[in-house]
Design a protein around this ligand. Structure first.
Ligand code: GDG
Length: 500
């Protein structure tokens, strides 16, 4: 159903009744974060936990998500644990639901489709039912914890319908959603089964955040062309009688913290060992989850092309590719591993000498400090996904560099990071010749040019760090009701003018 500008939804009504409170609230509201995974007390903090660090600092918060347990029969219990000012609340998902929701609809259907790989998308009705059911269960279980003034921030493609489920349960708080992965072009999105449920979920949010301007534009174009949405004068989109603001918030890192990691004494030893093992050869580095979106076979093709086109480089440089296996339960990932190992074996078989192999391939995760050490000593990094929401490796590589003698970042134009890191050598990963040319250029690039490119990238890292990311998202979410208040005033003025 197409919505009208003046339509007041239950949540906008309750917010506009007390606009002063919203204007003067000053960011002290409790934050409710909802994501598939919740940081664990033991173990190192995952990517999302690191990115959320500043958002959680000095404020009360609740972080809700999956416990990591999937027994055959899951109860609807929610276990809580207080750590500092944050309450972690977790719930089980039954084994069948987990298979359908996480491995099924989220990772066999949505992940490939959102990364432009409809050819790899696999749909079953029972997967979607499990996905919908888990979103309903999450809403049912988290709703009792939500207090009237809380800001709610939902993360990622596992939980797209969640906002609609919360609204259906009377939750009228401000809800924000952030998509860590790309939002595909309208033609691709249109092909996704149950796309209307996904759009409904996003439309139930006050704010929807994307990694890049391209993703935001794809979302808005889809909604306006296929879901009866329309742009309002205030920049928001009206869809199904709801108002949603969408905006790009490219996720950042704590660059200084990563630089310190790369400089730590125990890391320096690792770095020295790597340099010694390289015996004067330049190190090219790739660090990626083993995922078909990361352009790994294409990267191996480019290395083969490199040594064919530039035979003088044979024996002079080596690719260290770290690619820890992920999502082992999904077939496309097992196929990728096989394809990759064959391709690496082929290149190594073709070009290796007694004391040199072109590609060192590591399919296991490497400790974070070692990743930092490798980044510090690598002459170039290959970050060449076929599609990527952002790609944090690109940013980490820049952060780890020696400012006086930095390495070169080779970056796919299809990573969200390419909109920001203009000092990189930007390439099309589908073209092995272009990738090989960029590598050869990086290997001989003058120190002046490397420093200049590094400074350009480093500036972006400093200006758009993880703290900027979370605070700008939350401050826009916080002012959502102010937007509604202003919009209602404008509508009221229009009504008076029309009456006159
Ligand atoms: C999603 C989006 C978006 C990798 N191998 C090892 C290791 N890593 C670390 C990297 C980096 C992280 O994992 C990967 O982050 P990415 O951003 O590259 O990719 P996704 O996992 O696909 O993340 C992505 C991100 O969400 C955030 O919004 O940027 O676009 O797809 O930090 O360093 N870390 C360790 N050992 C490894 O072997 N310790």
């Amino acid at each position: 159903m197409m919505g009208s500008d003046a339509q007041t939804t239950p949540e906008t009504r309750s917010q506009t009744e007390r606009p002063e409170a919203a204007i003067f609230s000053g960011g002290s509201r409790r934050l409710v974060v909802i994501s598939n995974r919740v940081p664990r007390g033991d173990g190192p903090p995952g990517g999302l936990a690191v990115a959320m660090k500043d958002a959680l600092k000095n404020r009360d918060s609740l972080w809700f998500g999956w416990s990591g347990e999937s027994p055959p029969e899951a109860s609807d219990d929610v276990l809580t644990e207080q750590r500092g000012q944050t309450t972690f609340a977790v719930t089980d998902i039954s084994a069948d639901d987990y298979a359908g929701y996480y491995e099924g609809f989220a990772n066999r259907m949505l992940w490939p489709a959102f990364h432009y790989r409809l050819d790899l998308s696999r749909y079953t009705e029972s997967d979607f039912e499990a996905y919908a059911r888990v979103n309903e269960q999450f809403a049912e279980r988290v709703a009792p914890f939500i207090e009237p003034d809380d800001l709610i921030w939902i993360h990622d493609y596992h939980l797209i319908p969640l906002a609609a489920e919360l609204r259906a349960r009377g939750v009228s708080n401000r809800i924000g959603f952030f998509s860590h992965i790309p939002f595909p072009s309208p033609e691709i999105f249109h092909a996704i089964p149950h796309k209307d449920r996904l759009i409904e979920g996003l439309a139930c949010c006050n704010l929807v955040g994307f990694q890049s301007a391209r993703d935001r534009s794809n979302f808005e174009r889809y909604v306006c062309a296929h879901a009866h949405g329309f742009w309002r004068a205030d920049g928001r989109i009206s869809v199904d009688g709801r108002l949603v603001r969408s905006k790009a918030y490219p996720i950042g890192i704590d660059a200084e913290d990563f630089r310190q990691k790369a400089l730590a004494p125990e890391v320096a030893e690792k770095a020295d060992a790597l340099v010694r093992a390289a015996a004067g050869r330049k190190i090219m580095l790739g660090v990626d989850r083993m995922d078909y979106s990361k352009g790994l076979p294409e990267r191996v093709d480019a290395i083969e092309t490199l040594f064919r086109r530039y035979p003088e480089l044979v024996g002079q440089c080596q690719l260290i590719q770290v690619a820890p296996v992920s999502r082992g339960g999904v077939e496309a990932y097992a196929n990728l591993r096989e394809r990759l190992e064959t391709a690496v074996g082929h290149v190594n078989g073709e070009f290796s000498t007694i004391d040199w192999t072109p590609i060192r391939f590591v399919a296991n995760a490497v400790p974070r400090e070692e990743v930092a050490a490798m980044m510090r000593v690598a002459s170039l990094a290959l970050v060449t996904p076929l599609r990527d929401g952002m790609n944090l490796v690109a940013k980490e590589y820049v952060a780890a560099q020696d400012p006086d003698d930095p390495g070169v970042l080779i970056l796919s134009e299809f990573a969200g990071a390419a909109e920001q890191l203009t000092g990189a050598l930007v390439i099309n990963p589908h073209n092995p010749e272009e990738q090989a040319r960029a590598i050869s250029k990086a290997l001989v690039m003058s120190r002046d040019e490397r420093v200049e490119r590094y400074r350009e990238n480093r500036k972006v890292l400093a200006e758009r760090d993880s703290s900027w990311w979370s605070s700008s998202f939350l401050s826009d979410l916080e002012s959502a009701s102010v937007d509604d208040f202003a919009a209602e005033l404008l509508d009221a003025v229009d009504t008076v003018r029309t009456a006159e």
